[in-house]
Design a protein around this ligand. Structure first.
Ligand SMILES: [Fe+2]
Ligand SMILES: [Fe+2]
Length: 245
């Protein structure tokens, strides 16, 4: 069932609670009463059409309106991606880290070897995720805005070609690595190899959080690969054809 602007915000959450972190990313607070999605978005100065495309593509994996999403301003797309990064690094990962420390303390405090191994798997994953995000924040997003500025100027100068010679969307495609392998290894370690913990509920909570993080990251990468990349590549192509000689 597709989410529409006339649907009540509360009904959307009842329909799919996994959308809660997505809603927070738009800075929408709970307490929305019976207000429609349209009303809540208006009150929070959010582009309702962008909001709908994002929640629908997260809600239904078969719904991915590439063309519509590419039509939104770059700033809207990058702001959303940046808010997602913020959520992964400052909310989700520290939360999972605390749960893992709690599990190690409760169930494996006498097993230093196992504690070291689980910490190593988690820390390796965390630093890979941090490197991935930092590269996008420091290198990729500033680059896409420079391209957009040159594209909007309608008179791109040769300097921009110099910039694209150093780094372009093709480089991003090439280096936009998949960070799921280490997450898969961590989940597998917990599912298959560690001795059954005393607190099975805590262990399940960690696994569920890891699966949710994975689904969220996949959706995020899909927006980068299928929306951001083609949009910027289109502008790069236009610039190559129109740069002032
Ligand atoms: Fe990202
Ligand atoms: Fe990424």
């Amino acid at each position: 069932m597709q989410i529409t602007r006339s649907m009540k915000m509360a009904d959307m959450i009842h329909m799919n609670y996994l959308l809660l972190p997505i809603i927070s990313r738009f800075n929408i607070k709970l307490g929305c009463g019976d207000k429609s999605i349209d009303q809540v978005c208006k009150e929070n100065s959010i582009d309702v059409y962008f909001f709908l495309e994002i929640v629908n593509s997260f809600h239904d994996k078969n719904y991915f309106p590439k063309k519509q999403l590419q039509g939104f301003p770059l700033k809207l797309i990058v702001d959303y991606l940046r808010n997602s990064h913020e959520h992964y690094l400052h909310v989700k990962v520290p939360y999972i880290e605390d749960l893992i420390h709690q599990l190690l303390l409760d169930s494996y405090s006498g097993n230093t070897e196992l504690s070291t191994l689980i910490n190593k798997f988690f820390n390796d994953y965390k630093s890979e995720l941090e490197d991935h995000i930092n590269r996008e924040e420091i290198k990729v997003y500033p680059y896409v805005f420079a391209i957009e500025k040159a594209f909007r100027s309608k008179k791109p100068s040769p300097d921009i070609i110099e910039l694209t010679n150093k780094y372009s969307m093709d480089d991003f495609i090439h280096e936009h690595d998949n960070i799921e392998d280490k997450l898969f290894d961590l989940k597998n370690l917990i599912i298959k190899y560690i001795p059954p913990p005393e607190d099975i509920h805590l262990c399940n909570t960690i696994l569920i959080e890891l699966f949710r993080l994975e689904a969220d990251l996949n959706d995020h990468a899909r927006i980068e690969d299928k929306v951001l990349v083609p949009k910027v590549k289109f502008m790069e192509k236009w610039i190559y054809e129109h740069v002032l000689q």
